[in-house]
Design a protein around this ligand. Sequence first.
Ligand SMILES: C[S@@+](CC[C@H](N)C(=O)[O-])C[C@H]1O[C@@H](n2cnc3c(N)ncnc32)[C@H](O)[C@@H]1O
Length: 279
Amino acid sequence: MTIEEILKQEKNRLIKNNIEDASIIAKTILQNILKVSRNDILKTINCNIDEKKVAEYKNAIEKIIEGTPFQYITNNQEFMKLPFYVDEDVLIPQPDTEVLVEETINISENENKKEILDICTGSGAIGVSISYYIKDSIVTLSDISERTLNIAKKNAIQNKVEDKIKLIKSNMFDKIENKFDIIVSNPPYIKTDIIKTLDKQVQKEPAIALDGGNDGLTFYKILINEAPEYLKKNGCLCMEIGYDQKNEIIELIKQSNKYKKTYSKKDLSGNDRIVICYI
Ligand SMILES: C[S@@+](CC[C@H](N)C(=O)[O-])C[C@H]1O[C@@H](n2cnc3c(N)ncnc32)[C@H](O)[C@@H]1O
């Protein structure tokens, strides 16, 4: 069987199973299995593919049909133009989160705030990107999950910032001791009941990365109430939020009586996406 034949066959299998972007997914996964670039695949399109690779490819396509996001098969997601390793132990970094990273980078540069804590770091997408783009930053990445922290470390190494970051396994602030200029977080924020109604792709992501408790606000309450203890003078808390959570979160900030200035920003689709508050 040639590369062209298997590609066509598996693409059609994806289409029959109503998988969006079938053509791109079929090609990306094959490139990944053959370890070749897009150009190389075109050059070798008439070559035969060996049986083992065919089996591996069909197996991967089967997983896609069952709902596995293709990033868990290729073990890669680009974020802030950087490559991130991902697998079933971490949330796949989302394009919307780039708004949070861009705003945090702006604050860091404009206000000379260089000591940064990324709490609930997951793959390290936020903290590693900040560390990469702000050369004189010192970024701490923390998460409750050991497996997740191993992936964050792998991503720090992959993006050559491992010498500038610290990793701490901590249940929210439990093991955090220092004070920071900025605390940034994209915590779990989906209401427990909603999780089972989401796309099957999202449900393949770790529940611990999604579940924000009954009201979706469990982690914001901890962040808003406890962050001031870990912030330096004029420090700020930068949070990603769910599209419908802005009012509730701003109310929590007001009720805490711990912050002087608060603002929010939208993502590229026009949804409220981040809230920033200064002590
Ligand atoms: C929504 S994911 C965010 C991952 C990453 N920051 C991103 O934006 O792609 C939330 C992360 O919070 C972590 N987490 C859940 N409960 C936690 C807790 N009690 N303390 C610290 N981290 C926690 C999960 O392990 C997961 O990695």
